[in-house]
Design a binder for this molecule. Sequence first.
Ligand code: MG
Length: 393
Amino acid sequence: MKNVSILGSTGSIGANTLAVIRHHRDKFRVSGLSAGHNMALLREQIAEFCPAVVSVATAERAAELGQLLDFTTDVDIVYGQEGAIHAATLPETHLVVSAMVGALGLLPTIRAIESGKNIALANKEILVMAGSLVTKLCREKKVRLFPIDSEHSAIYQCLKGNRKKDVRRIILTASGGPFRTMSWDAMKYMTPEDALKHPRWKMGRKVTIDSATMMNKGLEIIEAKWLFQLDLDKIDVYIHPQSIVHSLVEYRDGSVMAQLGAADMKISIAYALSYPRRINVPADTRLDLTGSGGLEFFPVDHERFPAVSLAYRAGRAGGTLPAVMNGANERAVEAFLDKRICFGGIIPLVGEVMQAHTVLPEPALDDILQADCWARERAETLITERIDHCPLS
Ligand code: MG
């Protein structure tokens, strides 16, 4: 029996994790949950999975949740960052599913690693911001990081049984998002409603917008660098609109290994939960290659999707620059969702904030958190300074 704490339980990854656990109650127990604001869904999760501790965003939410619990339970309700850390470090927890959105998940995940919990990682921003620190801490604490991100789960599986020194390169696939074939002139005025219509994957809002700008792939390049300890020169990206090949590894002898599957996060979640074994997944769809209509692969168009080059630049510079890129991007995506800037403004804004940053090499955690704050403030200043809503196109 493995005890699991889930950070971000009411999000897309959290709900899918619970869907996997629901089918394997003999193998997994939910010890802690941490959620933000969706108290109605959290109430259902408490009723079904009986965690010992749940953490919510604020004291107000905690009071609201207390009101909603109209059944017998001895769940301990906590809140805020300290609450999330408490849920992530319960003595009985073996594995923490880190699936909060963005930088919020960094500290609770670091505390979980410090207390020796293995991590199933969906929150890619953690490795983007603090990959050097986090992977070093994992080595010190003998903690394992299991990727949930579908591309990284694919690579993890393709690397199994092979020697790392035989790897020539890894290739992350990207769907290309909803604007894959659109001209830049048309793309830059797309609305949040347009950008939230992802052609393949059903995901949270932040990652869906990141897919549309391809910053998601940018973040994943840096995530891969740390997860697999690879030089960025060995990490490539292919556009693969069908999202069937989740990623590939090319070896020195020319062999290319790929992992294929339906576009269903439950597959990589189940592997992260049950590694090294495989368990049944309640997948709605099984992959039928005969009905797939073919698999296509294209290079990235860096003119229309500059986020990928920005991420290579940030990843190569290292230090505080990836955290700055991530912080500025989070702020820019929020501003786009609030209709304060246009779609075409998101990535140029991130580039502008990166340009203004003086990189600090080998930062400590405080330096990273400071760089993150600085980037958000800088992005906010640039957003408010502009009169035109689409000034950066
Ligand atoms: Mg992914």
